[in-house]
Design a protein around this ligand. Structure first.
Ligand code: BG6
Length: 482
């Protein structure tokens, strides 16, 4: 079941921040993998650009190391890696000055797709965009790729959008949310709109509630400084969870095309009710041996490493069906999933009915991508008509064979979409602004109240209060496992 790979048009991809962590871990290994399976054509080129003084040979060494470290051995063919490296070069660039820009201009070829990956601090976006024009490096068809964080709030996101718009048209700007590049996130759309089975039931009449969980076992790692300024709300909810919510809740777009999909997502964000204070729980991991405040070296930090909330969408489809969102660091299990809990049948004809008969559809984004649907059946045996819920489990790797597990990583898929000029899986400027417009008042609220996050044990399911958020509605979170 290997999918057919169609090579893209030849391209010159410049990675600003080409020696950074994202380049090393994701972008460069991803490009190599696309080269390995033939999607990146032999004529394509990758140009690293950064402050460090390096020549091509030194940069190729850097790329070789990153590929060797982050690509599985069976794909690290020496000859192929050499062929890939022969397509790689490097320019030392001064983002705020003029050093290196003429050299970059000379390197670029006229008749190929040009893409510029801004893997740098957002404070440099404007400088890079302006120079790409001043030195006539970017043409009208050039694409720029920008990473999150896209702003810190609505005001800064608007300013960033305005800066980019001075030099590039919206159709040239690719705002990455890597969750949109994940295989199962796209599958969510296939499941919803490629089947007759689910969509007729996908509304408040039949769905009791929806849970979206993105739990991580890791802490804040070496990113303490950034994270402490962001917290779970800015780092995860404003972007990744919001996107998952939109894809789950949106109306069917008329076609799978960038603006049709993004228009529908935007409508969902705009229909979100302002969050009530009682529908929010923020947490911080803390135990005797390990604590968030130590990890970020800020003993007085009020930043949340966990957040849970009950979100309501004010439209015909979802009125009365809450969406419960939670995400956190240092939790019990690494899992990202969407659980759609259907309502119970309106009347039971079975005397022994235990009442446990609601169907549940779980879409697992990671790990073990797949779907799981609980169905109510009769308990086997002579004991009368007793009902039990059993799972119809479908792990994609099992159902589709080995290759299904070998899907492209989110970044490599998204980079190839940039080259193909397909913006469907990228956030549009108005979407990002609408998401900030919803999260800003929530953040301002807790800042004004000077709320402190609740404590939770590292390796747990989060603070007690988050359990209560559902208990008071007579519901329960899907249990996290170790
Ligand atoms: C990033 C966040 O966007 O997503 C990180 O900044 C988080 O804090 C990461 O760990 C999670 O991504 P994934 O793909 O590992 O679920």
């Amino acid at each position: 079941m290997v999918s057919r790979v169609i090579p893209t048009d030849p391209f010159d991809l410049v990675i600003f921040g080409g020696t950074g962590d994202l380049s090393r871990r994701k972008i460069l290994p991803g490009l190599y993998r696309r080269f390995w399976d033939g999607q990146m054509p032999k004529e394509a080129r990758v140009i690293g650009a950064a402050r460090s003084d390096m020549d091509d040979a030194e940069y190729r060494d850097f790329v070789r190391q990153s590929v060797t470290e982050f690509v599985p051995k069976r794909k690290c063919d020496d000859d192929l890696l050499d062929a890939f490296l022969s397509r790689v070069s490097y320019v030392t660039i001064d983002a705020k000055g003029s050093g290196g820009w003429e050299a970059l201009a000379t390197l670029m070829r006229p008749d190929v797709v040009k893409a510029f990956y801004f893997s740098v601090a957002p404070g440099l976006f404007g400088d890079l965009a302006e120079r790409l024009h001043r030195f006539k490096i970017a043409d009208d068809d050039a694409r720029i790729v920008v990473e999150k964080p896209f702003g810190h709030d609505l005001v800064s996101a608007r300013a960033l959008n305005a800066t980019l718009a001075e030099h590039f048209d919206e159709t040239q700007i690719y705002r990455i949310d890597h969750y949109l590049g994940k295989e199962t996130v796209q599958n969510l759309m296939a499941v919803r709109f490629g089947n007759m089975l689910f969509e007729p039931l996908w509304n408040a009449q039949y769905v009791d509630h929806i849970q979206i969980t993105v739990a991580e076992t890791v802490g804040v790692g070496g990113r303490g400084e950034y994270y402490d300024r962001s917290g779970a709300m800015r780092d995860m909810v404003q972007n990744h969870l919001m996107q998952l919510l939109c894809l789950t809740a949106m109306e069917p777009p008329s076609k799978f095309d960038p603006d049709a999909v993004r228009d529908e997502k935007l409508k969902v964000i705009r229909a979100l009710q302002p969050l009530k204070v009682g529908n929010l729980v923020r947490g911080q991991y803390r135990s005797r041996d390990e604590s968030y405040v130590t990890d970020v070296a800020n003993p007085d930090s009020r930043t949340e490493s966990y957040i849970a909330m009950k979100v309501e969408i004010a439209n015909w489809r979802w009125n009365g069906t809450p969406f419960y969102l939670r995400t956190g660091k240092r939790m019990k299990e690494r899992v990202s999933e969407i659980v759609v809990r259907f309502k119970e049948p309106p009347h039971s004809i079975f005397e022994d009915d235990t009442g446990q008969t609601a169907n549940e559809l779980t879409i697992r984004l990671q790990p073990n991508e797949g779907m799981d649907l609980t169905v109510t059946i009769k308990e086997p045996g002579p004991g009368g008509m007793r009902l039990i819920d059993v799972p119809l489990d479908m792990t994609f790797a099992e159902a589709l064979g080995e290759e299904a597990a070998d899907v492209p990583d989110a970044y490599e898929r998204l980079i190839m979409d940039v080259i193909r000029g397909n913006q469907t899986l990228f956030m549009r400027g108005d979407e990002v602004e609408a998401a900030w417009a919803w999260t800003d008042p929530i953040i301002e609220g807790w800042e004004t109240r000077e709320d402190r996050p609740k404590s939770y044990e590292p390796g747990s399911t989060g603070p007690e209060e988050a359990l209560m958020l559902l208990h008071k509605d007579h519901r329960r979170w899907r249990e996290l496992r170790t």
